[in-house]
Ligand binder design. Structure first.
Ligand code: GLY
Length: 593
């Protein structure tokens, strides 16, 4: 059942009471005297600054940044994909989740990625037209501009249209990921024309990527609103492109799509420094639920008094239990009943905490087994940005087309890469697909259903400061945001939140994953002695963008992840993010004003 603006879950009355008390004790954040934008690409941050300079608010800037990312990071998000936009309207104090997640087409079935023998058809949910869900991002941008912005949709989209027309330099990340998906991209001439040379190689770093067809599609959206993408000539090209690549989209699937406004998940985390209100995405994202569950578990420990080894141990044990519950219960709220009140109840967390031994790992198979399970893992994809305007309105948004360049299919004549978000469904319950996550029938494919996501745009408000945060990174998104929240709630600034070494546990596989340098040999040795095993990730992961608002003086502190090429800018006077910086992989940016 779709619930529109109505909250679609009930906290227990005790938990709801706590949330109400907390809401009363935490005032709307002080109005910053400046704005800030932090995104994964300097040109997208610039687009947001430009719209703020032109009189737009944070929501207009969110439209501009989303659309600019669609142009400058076609490997990560775009009009052919979807996302979650978490909004805070400062005047009303309202938090709103715009669910622009992709939807399974009407002809989709639970067994569409299995052959007659029930075996998974390798890659069918990741490559080609059948992998693509009905996109949600264009509808979300229209909804945001029309319902929350101060400028017109056309004004908000103008910077992205210019970027598509004028070109942006190919950077090392785009080049690398085009190489990774090269064989797939070559199968579809419109995809190859867009991102590969005539010889079938990725466009060299520094080449200007000019996208006239994408500019036309953005112009159609700017001129005709939702109908400019979901009906008319653009819709005809999208459906033709999807079907010629093996997909099952219809014109009706597109015209039926609509965004859903949902009540975000919210709860609290208590530290010696005070209570923090955590607001994050609810289903079809697992993010908010897992964050609240892990924070509830960890609130029983004196985090600041723990040594590094015990912090990693206890966080990994909390993650293990929350990812287990994700596997067992979560899916699209419009299709499945989920015990959300239980999962976010502090009493439930206390029970889970009691099952954690201080100096010993709990094997995942000692937890209650998950039935009808399914495993998967995610590539380096997706994107995030954070914005605050001078009136205190905030946006945290995480957007995706799933794997790099999504399904690999550009619908001819549109310049739009179609997503492969159908892979976020359970292709076959009970069958591991060789990757990471586990999920059940709650997340099986059904017509019109939205696949379970890890995207976790989040606000954290404490007595003195508010954090706006999120990151790409597949199943590790939630653990990254958790570690960022722990840094922030124990005194960290935006730079601390985005840069610390990351580790992750997701129930199955039963191992702590960590990025290079995140865990010292001594800490690993001590964790091993407790019974933990490890899976070293051979590269850095995530691309977090954070803004911290100081309630007392309105000072802003913003940072983009040093692992990426993004740019955080405070203020809108002049552009502190240079487009040329995007070519260098080690560009770092953090600003405080
Ligand atoms: N496709 C990324 C996610 O939703 O988790």
């Amino acid at each position: 059942m779709r619930t529109g603006n109505t909250p679609w879950y009930n906290l227990t009355s005790a938990a709801a009471g706590i949330v109400l008390l907390l809401a009363a004790s935490i005032q709307a954040s002080a109005t910053p005297n400046k704005a800030a934008v932090a995104s994964a690409h300097p040109a997208a941050t610039q687009a947001g600054q430009t719209i703020l300079q032109r009189g737009g608010n944070a929501f207009d800037a969110a439209v501009a940044v989303s659309a600019a990312l669609a142009v400058v990071e076609p490997q990560s998000s775009g009009l052919g994909g979807g996302g979650f936009w978490l909004l805070h309207q400062n005047e009303s104090g309202r938090n709103i989740m715009i669910d622009g997640r992709e939807e399974a087409p009407a002809a989709a079935t639970p067994r569409m990625y299995q052959n007659a023998d029930g075996e998974i058809k390798k890659r069918a949910s990741r490559d080609g037209g059948l992998a693509a869900g009905i996109p949600g991002e264009p509808a979300a941008l229209v909804h945001l501009a029309q319902n929350y912005g101060q400028l017109s949709l056309a004004e908000d989209l103008a910077p992205a249209i210019e970027l598509a027309q004028n070109g942006v330099p190919v950077n090392a990340d785009m080049h690398h990921l085009a190489n990774f998906r090269k064989d797939l991209l070559k199968r579809y001439p419109a995809s190859a024309d867009k991102i590969l040379t005539k010889a079938g190689e990725p466009l060299p770093v520094g080449t200007s990527l000019v996208q006239p067809q994408l500019a036309e599609t953005l112009q159609s959206l700017a001129q005709d609103g939702k109908a400019g993408f979901y009906d008319g000539p653009v819709a005809a090209k999208l459906v033709a492109g999807n079907r010629s690549a093996g997909g099952i989209w219809t014109r009706k699937d597109l015209s039926d799509y609509s965004v859903v406004e949902r009540e975000p998940m919210s709860g609290q985390y208590k530290t010696p420094a005070g209570q923090f209100k955590v607001v994050s995405a609810g289903p079809p994202s697992a993010g908010g639920i897992e964050l609240l569950e892990t924070l509830n578990i960890l609130s029983g420990y004196q985090w600041s008094k723990l040594d590094r080894t015990h912090r990693v141990h206890l966080a990994a044990e909390a993650m293990r239990r929350a990812y287990r519950d994700r596997a067992a219960y979560l899916g699209d709220a419009d299709f499945v009943d989920m015990p959300l009140a239980k999962l976010t109840d502090p009493h439930y967390a206390a029970g889970l905490r009691a099952s954690i031994t201080k100096d010993q790992a709990t094997p995942s198979d000692a937890l209650a087994p998950v039935t009808s399970a399914y495993r998967r893992q995610r590539g380096t994809d997706t994107t995030h940005f954070s914005i605050v305007d001078s009136a205190g309105n905030r946006v945290a948004a995480t957007l995706s087309i799933n794997f790099p360049f999504g399904s690999g299919v550009v619908a001819p004549g549109t310049g739009v890469f179609l997503n492969d978000e159908m892979d976020d469904f359970a292709a076959k319950p009970l069958t591991p697909n060789g990757y990471g996550l586990v999920s059940t029938r709650a997340n099986q494919v059904e017509p019109g259903k939205r696949p379970l996501s890890s995207m976790s745009p989040t606000f954290v408000t404490g007595p003195e400061k508010t954090l706006i945060v999120g990151t790409p990174g597949g199943s590790r998104i939630i653990s990254m945001v958790l570690l960022g929240i722990l840094d922030f709630t124990h005194g960290g600034n935006a730079q601390d939140v985005v840069q610390h070494g990351r580790y992750h546990h997701q129930y199955l596989p039963d191992a702590i994953q960590y990025e290079p340098g995140a865990l010292s040999p001594k800490v690993r040795h001590q964790l091993e002695a407790m019974g933990h095993s490890f899976k070293k990730v051979d590269h850095h992961y995530g691309d977090m963008h954070a803004i911290v608002v100081n309630h007392d003086n309105g000072q802003l502190n913003a940072a983009s992840d040093p692992r990426g090429i993004g740019c955080a800018a405070v203020g809108t006077g002049g552009h502190s993010c240079a487009l040329g910086d995007a070519i260098d992989a080690d560009n770092r940016n953090a600003e405080t004003h």
